[in-house]
Design a protein around this ligand. Structure first.
Ligand SMILES: [Zn+2]
Ligand SMILES: [Zn+2]
Length: 330
């Protein structure tokens, strides 16, 4: 089978022919139908995260069909459609795992980072961390598996205030905006300064206001979520939230946060991050996505065009999410 692999951090992905071993006890061998392209993939590719071991196959928003299941793979069998998200394995016994916070497990493994992911025709995944998926075209479901899931965890962390700011209106924000709107929130979308296409896109998804991240919103925000990996947005967002408001950083990597005056944090404003996901997040969010009929706007690429998809993401040229589609198998 073919995979687009990272041979060394900072270099383009290379098309490689591989043979996967048979799945072990808990594993599934999965034929990939589609795999979303996430900003985290860029951080892995650039070597901005620790412990990257090459060669490595990126991709953690995988929609596929089980080809072969290990003897103890439990609830999934050959022919089933599954989603493979970022969280690939946890220890199950540490204090985090035992307290519903497996997203913070110190020995967790991650798809497309510390184990091979879905920029490939096939992958192996631990069945216990795979998710059942709602019906629908694979390419439209793929972005739900990270942009949607991590976006939803950030959305929940932001609290229940009515006015929600989203900084960076890409794959995650375009899904969160739909959830927020369905739940009666008001979305204020911040894009790169002058990015009118992104601002128009945000308005079509129901944002009550869209502008540049250097602008102040017309009303104070109750909370803000930062999807853009830009540390300078932290003080900007703090300046835009009301007393008691929370600023949630949703990315795995961000440029340094500049020094800012204490008065921006004063009055019980707070800054926090969300990391990874739990399996419970996955099940809860995918159920909600099906109930709300969330629709992802996607730009499709062939597997061999993965480098071009990553370039478009890096350049802020995408509307919605980029997805790699594998040819249909017969
Ligand atoms: Zn653990
Ligand atoms: Zn991701």
């Amino acid at each position: 089978m073919k995979a687009m692999r990272l041979k060394a951090p900072g270099s383009p992905l290379e098309l490689t022919e591989l043979t996967l071993p048979a799945p072990r006890e808990q594993e599934l061998r999965i034929a990939v139908e589609a795999c979303g392209v996430c900003r985290t993939d860029l951080h892995v590719l650039e070597g901005e995260l620790p412990d990257i071991h090459c060669p490595l196959t990126l991709g953690h928003e995988v929609v596929g069909r089980v080809i072969e299941a290990g003897a103890a793979a439990g609830r999934f069998k050959a022919g089933d459609r599954v989603g493979v998200p970022w969280l690939a394995y946890t220890c199950g016994v540490c204090a985090y795992c035992r307290s519903g916070r497996e997203n913070l497990c110190r020995t967790a493994r991650f798809t497309g980072y510390t184990r091979d992911g879905g920029y490939a025709e096939e992958l192996l995944a631990d069945a216990r961390y795979c998710l059942p998926l709602p019906a629908g075209p694979a390419a439209s479901l793929a972005p739900l598996l990270c942009a949607g899931l991590i976006g939803y965890r950030a959305y929940r962390t932001a609290g229940e205030g009515a006015n929600l700011g989203l900084y960076g209106f890409g794959a995650a924000a375009h899904i969160v905006a739909q959830v927020a709107r369905a739940q009666g929130r008001r979305i204020f979308a911040f894009t790169r300064s002058g990015d009118e296409a992104a601002q128009r896109f945000a308005r079509t998804l129901g944002a009550v206001w869209a502008g540049g991240s250097d602008e102040r919103p017309p009303e104070p925000l109750d909370a803000a979520i930062l999807f853009a990996p830009v540390g300078a947005l932290v003080p900007a967002a703090l300046a835009a939230v009301s007393p008691g408001g929370r600023v949630v950083c949703a990315g795995i990597h961000m440029s340094d946060i500049p020094a800012f005056p204490y008065r921006l944090l004063w009055e019980e404003r707070s800054v926090c991050s969300v990391a990874n996901l739990t399996r419970r997040d996955g099940e809860e969010f995918l159920t909600l996505a099906a109930a709300l009929g969330l629709e992802c706007t996607v730009e499709r690429f062939a597997l061999t065009d993965a480098n071009r998809a990553l370039e478009r993401l890096r350049g802020g040229a995408l509307t919605g999410a980029a997805v790699l589609e594998m040819p249909l198998r017969t």
